[in-house]
Design a protein around this ligand. Sequence first.
Ligand code: 3DU
Length: 219
Amino acid sequence: MERKTRIILALDVSDREEALKIAEDVSEFVDAIKVGYPLVLATGLEIIRELAEFAPIIADFKVADIPNTNRLICEQVFEVGADAVIVQGFTGRDSLDACIEVASEYRKDVFVVSEMSHPGGAEFLQPVGEAIARMAAEAGASGLVAPATRPERVKKIREIVGDKLTIISPGVGAQGGRASNAIAAGADWVIVGRSIYKAELPKKAASEIAAEIEAELRR
Ligand code: 3DU
C-alpha cells in the first residue's frame, strides 16, 4: 500500500452499485478501500474483486477463530483479490500465525486489531492491547489497527512497535476522532467510513480530510 493521502475508506454500504460508484468517485483521495461484513454479506464476496479495480482492498473480517478456520477464511479472502486482511489478536499466537502463513503464501498483508475505537473497546481489549501489539510484531504481522478516538493509545502502540509495523487507525469523524491527531500520534493511515460515504459529496469530504492530513504532515 502506497502512502499518498493516508486515507483508507471504510466502505460499509450495502448496495453494490452505490459501493462501486463511491469507490470510483473517491479513488483519487484514498490509498485503499476497507470492505467488511456489511457490504460482503449484502452483495457477496466477489465485490472485493470488483472494487480492487479502484484501490487495494483490505478485507475487514476481524478473523477470530482457531488456526485451521482462520487459514480457510484467509485463503478465500486472498483468492478473491484482497491485498490485506484484518484479524483479531486476542485469539492468540497460533491463530495469528495461521493468517500470516497464508498471507505470506499470497504475498499479502495482515493487520491485527490490538484494541478497538468504540467505548466498549476500553472494557476488555484495551488492557491486553499492548501485549497483542508485541505479539503481532514478533509474529511478523504487517500492521496494527489502533483507535483514532484515543490518540494517546496510538502513540503508546507506536512506541511499542517502533517502525516495524504500520498502524491503521479507525474512529475518525463519526466516532469523534480527528484524522490529524491520529496521524500526529503515529498512525500511518486513518480509516474513515461514514464521514465520507454518507457525505453529500463524498469526494469533497475525502479531499478535505486529505488536506487536513497533508497540513499535519507539513507541520
Ligand atoms: O466510524 P466509521 O463510519 O468511520 O467506520 C469505521 C470503520 O472501521 C468501520 O468499518 C468499523 O467496523 C471499523 N473499525 C472500527 O471502527 C474500530 C475498530 O477498532 C476496528 C474497525
